[in-house]
Write a protein that binds this ligand. Structure first.
Ligand SMILES: [Zn+2]
Length: 108
């Protein structure tokens, strides 16, 4: 039986073990894992809502193996690459809305 006033969230055991190990190794917080995870989920959803509001024509497709990501804009594929500590867009020179969108996206 769970803690009163709380609900449970079932996670894949292997993913949870890795998540918990990484959290313990890399996250500095006074929060418990559950409080921290809930806050991060809330922030991620807020971020996606904000991105939809600011960049309604953009859609996050996924991350790439090389540290970049793929975005779609009006059916067009836009590739963001990461090299030498810099994000680059294959459609624009310098900083652009695609790079900002990618950098702010919680799945990137
Ligand atoms: Zn761009």
């Amino acid at each position: 039986m769970g803690k009163s006033g709380y609900t449970s969230l079932s996670l894949d055991e292997k993913r949870y073990a890795k998540l918990r190990k990484d959290w313990e190794s890399h996250v500095t917080t006074e929060d418990t894992f559950t409080v921290w995870a809930t806050t991060v989920l809330e922030k991620a959803i807020e971020r996606e809502k904000e991105l939809s509001s600011r960049y309604g024509g953009l859609h996050f497709v996924g991350s790439t193996q090389d540290g970049g990501c793929i975005i779609q804009e009006k059916g067009e594929v836009i590739r963001i690459t990461y090299a030498k500590n810099t994000l680059t867009c294959d459609h624009d020179k310098g900083m652009c809305k695609h790079i900002l969108y990618a950098a702010m996206h919680p799945q990137f």
